[in-house]
Design a protein around this ligand. Structure first.
Ligand code: SAM
Length: 490
């Protein structure tokens, strides 16, 4: 069970059974979330739909903010488009950072005592205490799950690669060791299993993480974190600990804006589905953003023809179980990893005490240029194409991309079919799309950041033209056969 599941479980449970430490009528708190860059609007739409709260997109990309009552924290942890969560202590929209370094740092030293921490700390406490309580409950009672997880790991130990480092937030600096691992839950529990926060006499451990953008500051992020951290320590009498901290205080500085927050997640929530990683496994939060663009309807047949580890269809089947997903790849290792990931999801469902059930997803070995599917049988094609960097090559893409679009045009339902395609090789993609402009209409492009690469997510709509009416020679001619003009790069 992932950290996210634990939190959701326990918070849902506590909301129902336990009196919350924060009364339901308590004032709203502002929660911030880091999201995949480019998918801020998608994430805001998810918040508005699921929490029924207006959502603000931050000026610096990759973050959203919304207000919640602390008793809806469980729902916040269930969001699929967010990576890391934090509660806002205080936000300064125009902080007068001093030009003289000593004066600027003096302001950081005075800040901790000036701001009001209460609401944010109560929210953190609710989030943190319940998470730990649930973990204790889990470790005391489920040997079965552990055995299953071990068995799953053993099955494909050779194929598994280390997960990609957490992304979504570039940490400029922390007080002390910035490569420190996520806090360990065990370190803040005493032998009786009491949390640090249960025992008022126990001193909390904390660290400050500073994330700074802007070149006009007279101080470094390290200096800001150090001086603010010193003041936090003095104010609360907490103990600084870079690795085994209970509280992670965030100091986000962007030009003249500053935000003080407290982290609510120890690791990004994108780490949820995948247990068997490949060289280019897509983050689940990004996969979710792509899936949302497809406007999936129940009973849609959805394929990922170049599925890798299956991150997209697996996220799809978790969130849209009314659709049917087929994941294929021409690399047998990828197919095996997808199969193991589907198996892990099935086991997770079963271990969550629900009745064992199947999932509407299958995986197969195929080549995208000859899909074993009937013409017009697919509603949605969603895939993360080889960028030509870690998988394939830019040279190969010149043949692969036109072949992909041609075969996708054949299997996709004319008139209603959609495709959402992610690529960094934009030049090649746009050229290939121009050749197939009579079969696809480009509706929208979302620009995303994939591990520092500027990539495009293209939403295409299948035109009404029958594939059989368009001969391959005509496709090569680069001449649109319908009045719809060929797609152009934005
Ligand atoms: C960028 S990766 C997909 C990564 C995937 N989204 C994930 O999360 O793991 C592209 C995939 O396309 C597959 N591929 C390349 N050429 C293909 C072809 N002709 N037919 C099917 N799959 C192909 C590669 O094996 C690779 O797994």
């Amino acid at each position: 069970m992932s950290e996210e599941d634990l939190v959701v479980d326990v918070l849902a449970e506590v909301t129902l059974e336990d009196p919350s430490p924060v009364a339901p009528e308590s004032p709203l708190v502002t929660v911030g979330a880091t999201v995949p860059t480019g998918f801020e609007f998608t994430a805001a739409a998810e918040v508005e739909e699921k929490l029924r709260r207006p959502c603000k997109i931050s000026k610096d990309r990759g973050k959203i903010y919304f207000q919640i009552s602390p008793d809806s924290l469980a729902q916040v942890h269930r969001l699929r488009s967010v990576d890391n969560l934090f509660v806002v202590v205080q936000e300064f929209t125009d902080f007068p950072f001093k030009e003289v370094k000593e004066a600027a740092l003096q302001d950081f030293q005075e800040l901790a005592a000036k701001i009001s921490w209460d609401k944010a700390l109560q929210t953190w406490e609710l989030n943190n205490n319940l998470k730990k309580k649930k973990k204790r409950k889990k470790t005391s009672g489920c040997g079965k799950e552990k055995k299953q997880a071990e068995a799953a790991g053993a099955e494909d130990a050779a194929a598994e690669e280390p997960p990609a480092p957490p992304a979504g937030q570039t940490l400029d600096n922390q007080v002390g060791d910035s490569s420190a691992p996520a806090p360990s839950d065990t370190t803040s529990s005493d032998p009786e299993g009491n949390d640090a926060t249960d025992d008022v006499s126990k001193v909390l451990k904390f660290r400050v993480t500073c994330n700074r953008a802007g070149d006009k500051h007279s101080f470094t992020s390290n200096e800001a974190a150090r001086d603010f951290g010193g003041a936090v320590q003095e104010h609360f009498q907490w103990k600084a600990d870079m690795t085994n901290f209970d509280v992670e205080v965030l100091l986000n500085i962007s030009y003249n804006e500053m935000l003080v927050g407290i982290a609510l997640t120890e690791e990004s929530l994108h780490r949820r589905n995948i247990t068997h990683f490949g060289p280019t496994t897509l983050r689940s939060t990004l996969a979710y953003g792509m899936l949302r663009l497809c406007d999936l309807e129940p009973s849609d047949v959805v394929i990922d023809p170049m599925c890798g580890t299956g991150a997209i269809p697996i996220e799809g089947v978790s969130e849209w179980p009314g659709c049917f997903f087929i994941a294929g790849d021409n690399n047998m290792n990828a197919v095996n990893r997808t199969s193991s990931n589907i198996l892990s999801l099935l086991r997770k469902q079963q271990s969550a005490d629900s009745a064992p059930q199947g999932l509407p997803i299958d995986t197969t070995h195929w080549d995208i240029s000859h899909l074993p599917l009937r013409s017009g049988s697919v509603d949605v094609i969603i895939t993360d194409m080889p960028f030509g960097k870690r998988i394939g090559s830019k040279k190969k893409n010149w043949d692969l991309y036109p072949a992909c679009l041609r075969e996708m045009s054949r299997v996709c339902r004319a008139g209603t079919g959609r495709a959402v395609l992610l690529t960094h090789d934009r030049k090649c993609f746009i050229k290939a799309l121009a050749k197939a402009g009579h079969l696809w209409r480009k509706m929208h492009t979302v620009w995303v950041n994939i591990g520092g690469l500027h990539a495009g997510v293209y939403l295409l709509k299948r035109t009404t033209l029958d594939f059989s009416d368009s001969s391959s020679e005509r496709l090569e001619e680069n001449q649109p056969l319908s009045p719809i003009s060929p797609a152009k790069e934005e």
